[in-house]
Design a binder for this molecule. Structure first.
Ligand SMILES: Cc1cc2nc3c(=O)[nH]c(=O)nc-3n(C[C@H](O)[C@H](O)[C@H](O)COP(=O)(O)OP(=O)(O)OC[C@H]3O[C@@H](n4cnc5c(N)ncnc54)[C@H](O)[C@@H]3O)c2cc1C
Length: 536
């Protein structure tokens, strides 16, 4: 048995764990940071992420002429969250995020050398419920990889760096309690199968969500989404399995809202998978036709950028809970994108020339990668040929050529019609194009059947699991709460493990960018609570 001892134990080396450790060594604490993964993966999901952060009142917003205020942001958040009467802690965390996102998140990352693209993006505008009433999604120049790399460098290069010991390939299985106080954890060193036990004054759980375990995702499937689809792709961390969530329950803590998840409607199979059912989440092309498994246009028409959860709900309501998007090469060049650092090399490598080239000439690299490698992407020179390929991929004859031809003809005719013949998708595209952050990445009046825009492309899209909006219930100091909201002494939870704050600060929906932001904020709050500093 290997034993360790430290002042503070941080379980999980993702963004939330790293920020907690930084905050603690800043104040002279000794920290032991354990992670199940390899050292090369230090940084967790943040290093794979897109790197969008939600801020209210940033310099980038002001320079872009965007008027925003905490009151307006809170109204948007509460509308999107639909908190229930018992969601006191999540609501307090929502308020805390909006109040503190500039001093504790924005200024913090800027101090660590992070900068943002000049124009914030306008995501999650809201559909049946109001979402972001103004653009607030700030893309890190260098993506989430830059965010993770900079903060790791800050930790390793810190004047107190010797105070943090990192141990990888350590799987934590349970927490250790003594005299009613959590004082450590135990598990297995997976590289040599030696059991270990670690002891500390305080334990911070930063192990991410549960959405990397597809069976667990299915077990906690939200009632709004019918039965879980047979195929759900995995867009989360391979170790986000809730093992330490369960250990928290054994130690007396509470889990809340595990059925609140931020999944996406447009997952495709990764062609170089690093985990079972590894999926990539597309940013769905707005000018594509969104179809069901028969090739019928889903009604009312689906379009991304308004309410991600509503898209998931609509797909799960279909007879077969997956979909097709039909577009052409010109649309793909302009609009096709994949969320995350891996498939955004121009931003990741901070190449302005690359960004300019992708914007002006289209993202040829990505379109080639996907059309050549992804099993869910099909190309053809005509609709009959494409329908043949779609049916072959589905393994039946469900896609009906006549029906698809009719849907395309109606849509293409609406492109030229006055007021788009009332077509909701085309109206929304025109609404989106009013904002310059969207205009650059949106085709204008683009028909599907257009000889100059060929070939046709069909993309089969599955539900992809991503973020756990629920998790370990905490108070505003990130202390884990048990029965009757009593504090579990010695135990803290941060980041996605804690539903980004309080066990679910987003409620039902996220305004986006609040996930990375929530990891930073909770990590800082936990560090301050442990070192006894007020949350100012
Ligand atoms: C492709 C992609 C794009 C994204 N884009 C954005 C974005 O633009 N904006 C945004 O806000 N969010 C985004 N996110 C979400 C965001 O990246 C995550 O929510 C966030 O990074 C979670 O951080 P975390 O530290 O809480 O958990 P994680 O990053 O999951 O880290 C948890 C760590 O705990 C370790 N661990 C787990 N179990 C154990 C155990 N039993 N024992 C020991 N260690 C364990 C894991 O190995 C891991 O290193 C994106 C996510 C992905 C995948």
């Amino acid at each position: 048995m290997q034993t360790y001892r430290s002042d503070i134990l941080v379980i999980g080396g993702g963004l939330a764990g790293i920020v907690s450790a930084l905050e603690l060594i800043d104040h002279g604490c000794d920290v032991l940071l354990l992670d199940r993964d390899e050292e090369a993966a230090f940084g967790g999901l943040a290093r794979e992420s897109f790197g969008g952060l939600f801020f209210v009142g940033s310099r980038e917003q002001r320079r872009s002429g965007i008027a925003d205020s905490p009151a307006q942001a809170l109204a948007d958040w509460l509308s999107f969250a639909e908190f229930g009467p018992d969601d006191q802690m999540p609501r307090l965390w929502a308020e805390r995020y909006i109040e503190r996102c500039i001093p504790d998140v924005y200024e913090f990352v800027r101090r660590h050398g992070i900068s943002f693209l000049p124009v914030p993006l306008w995501v999650e505008r809201g559909d049946s419920r109001r979402g972001n009433s103004v653009p607030r999604f700030h893309m890190v120049w260098g993506t989430g990889r830059e965010l993770a790399t900079r903060l790791i460098a800050a930790l390793l290069g810190h004047a107190n760096a010797r105070r943090v010991i990192r141990a990888f390939r350590h799987r934590v299985d349970r927490l250790v309690s003594e005299d009613g106080r959590v004082c450590g954890c135990a598990g297995l060193r997976e590289f040599d199968d030696v059991p270990f036990e670690a002891r500390a004054e305080h334990v911070i759980v930063a192990t991410g969500g549960i959405n990397g375990d597809i069976q667990r995702v299915k077990t906690n499937w939200h009632r709004d989404w019918n039965r879980p689809p047979d195929v759900i792709l995995n867009g989360s961390h391979r170790y986000a399995d809730g093992r330490v969530h369960d250990a928290v329950v054994v130690a007396g803590g509470t889990l809340t809202h595990l059925d609140n998840m931020w999944n996406y409607a447009s997952g495709v199979h990764h062609w170089r998978p690093r985990k079972p059912l590894h999926g990539l989440s597309l940013v769905p092309s707005r000018s594509a036709l969104w179809l069901n498994y028969r090739g019928e246009r889903i009604a009312p028409p689906l379009i991304s950028g308004f309410d991600t959860r509503a898209l998931v709900t609509a797909i799960c309501a279909q007879e077969r809970p997956y979909s097709w998007q039909l577009l052409n090469r010109r649309i793909a060049l302009k609009e096709l994108a994949v969320s995350g650092a891996e498939f955004n090399p121009s931003i990741r490598e901070k190449s302005w020339i690359g960004v300019l080239r992708d914007t002006l000439l289209g993202n040829r690299w990505l379109v080639r990668e996907m059309t050549e490698n992804c099993e869910d992407v099909l190309i053809a020179g005509s609709l009959p040929e494409l329908v043949g390929k779609m049916n072959a991929r589905q393994g039946d004859t469900s896609v009906d050529l006549a029906c698809l031809t009719d849907a395309v003809a109606r849509y293409d005719a609406a492109v030229d019609a006055p007021d788009f013949a009332g077509d909701l998708q085309l109206r929304r595209i025109s609404e989106l194009r009013q904002y310059r952050g969207d205009r650059l990445r949106l085709s204008k009046s683009q028909k599907i059947l257009d000889h100059g825009a060929m070939p046709l492309i069909a993309i089969r899209e599955f539900i992809i699991s991503r973020k756990s909006l629920g998790g370990i219930k905490t108070d505003l100091q990130c202390r884990v709460l048990g029965a009757d909201d009593g504090v579990i002494p010695g135990l803290f939870a941060v980041g996605e493990a804690a539903g980004f704050g309080g066990g679910g600060m987003h409620g039902l929906r996220g305004l986006e960018g609040t996930f990375l932001g929530g990891c930073i904020l909770t990590g800082r709050m936990a560090g301050r609570a442990i070192t006894g500093r007020p949350n100012v």
